[in-house]
Ligand binder design. Structure first.
Ligand code: ZN
Length: 306
């Protein structure tokens, strides 16, 4: 089988994560809030011939409609040569987790990380059991530690963020039954102004990632990947990160290209003439990240990315 034939065969998210973990590559997760963004992510994955995860937080699902988004992504998947998965990002209630599982999402990020550890464990365990009762193949992700909120542009770094410890990772996974863990390892949601301007990069605690991977023994997700140093992404994947979330970089590209398209066509009112440059611009961001995450073992041949 050629690479593309292998990709075409119907794989579950667990299959693809197992394969990428063996290969030492990472799987890109990109948030969407509308059809323009979904088109951009799907087009980038098709062009790169790589599997991809489309994600939507509670706010994004509310805007799109959880069932509507699932139906749209499932329709795209049927046309696609590469696996396209759908994740319910940052879900803060049992009801919303159940809603996503029922709608056909492939995975749910159960996020009670703002609660004290014991309460986080109890609420997460309850949600894991509930969604697996709806769909035994669904993957449950849990979150420990504080990585800030809001995939937006922040003026200054938010509060103090303590890193997750290997021991709490081990305890959390054992007590909740999650398939995927999202630790705090120097990552944070959103980007600082200086990062958007390209003057600063996020740095990750690679050693901590390796320790947590060893202790937890499950797939790991890196949230808040936007603005992270490329070399740190490569090292993080090598240390055990399986999924990387990128949101703010897409939102910045979306807004800039939309403003630009409107400026270039001041009298245009036809959406399908205004929006294609936006799809293209977001697609370029997604494509460059997908290629970076999938390029393990080819580190020296990687072109510089924006
Ligand atoms: Zn996140």
């Amino acid at each position: 089988m050629t690479a593309i034939e292998t990709l075409k065969s119907k794989n579950t998210l667990r299959d693809v994560l197992t394969r990428t973990e063996k290969e030492g590559t990472g799987l890109g997760h990109f948030n969407v809030a509308d059809q323009t963004l979904v088109k951009a992510v799907v087009a980038a994955a098709a062009e790169a011939e790589l599997p991809v995860i489309i994600g939507a937080s509670e706010g994004e699902r509310e805007f799109f409609g959880a069932r509507e988004l699932a139906a749209f992504v499932i329709a795209q998947r049927q046309e696609s040569d590469v696996p396209i998965f759908l994740n319910a990002d940052h879900t803060h209630s049992l009801a919303k987790a159940v809603e996503a599982a029922t709608a056909g999402f492939d995975s749910v990020v159960i996020d009670f990380s703002a609660l004290p550890f014991e309460e986080n464990v109890a609420r997460t365990r309850e949600a894991v059991q509930a969604i697996k009762a709806i769909n035994p193949a669904i993957l449950a992700e849990g979150e420990i530690g504080n990585i800030g909120t809001g995939s937006e542009i922040h003026e200054t770094a938010q509060g103090d963020r303590t890193l997750s410890t290997p021991e709490e990772a081990r305890q959390f996974v054992a007590a909740t039954g999650v398939d995927i863990l999202a630790p705090a390892v120097g990552n944070m949601h959103g980007m600082l102004k200086s990062m958007v301007q390209g003057k600063a990069k996020k740095h990750l605690d690679i050693e901590r990632i390796a320790q947590i991977k060893h202790a937890a023994g499950v797939f790991l997700t890196l949230h808040g990947g936007s603005g992270t140093d490329d070399e740190h992404f490569r090292k993080a994947i090598a240390a055990g990160i399986n999924i990387i979330h990128i949101n703010t970089e897409l939102r910045v590209a979306w807004r800039r290209s939309l403003e630009d398209s409107l400026k270039r066509q001041p009298n245009e009112v036809v959406p399908y003439k205004i929006l294609p440059p936006v799809v293209d611009s977001v697609k370029r961001v997604v494509g460059s990240r997908l290629r970076l995450f999938s390029a393990q073992g080819m580190v020296n041949e990687m072109p510089a990315t924006a």
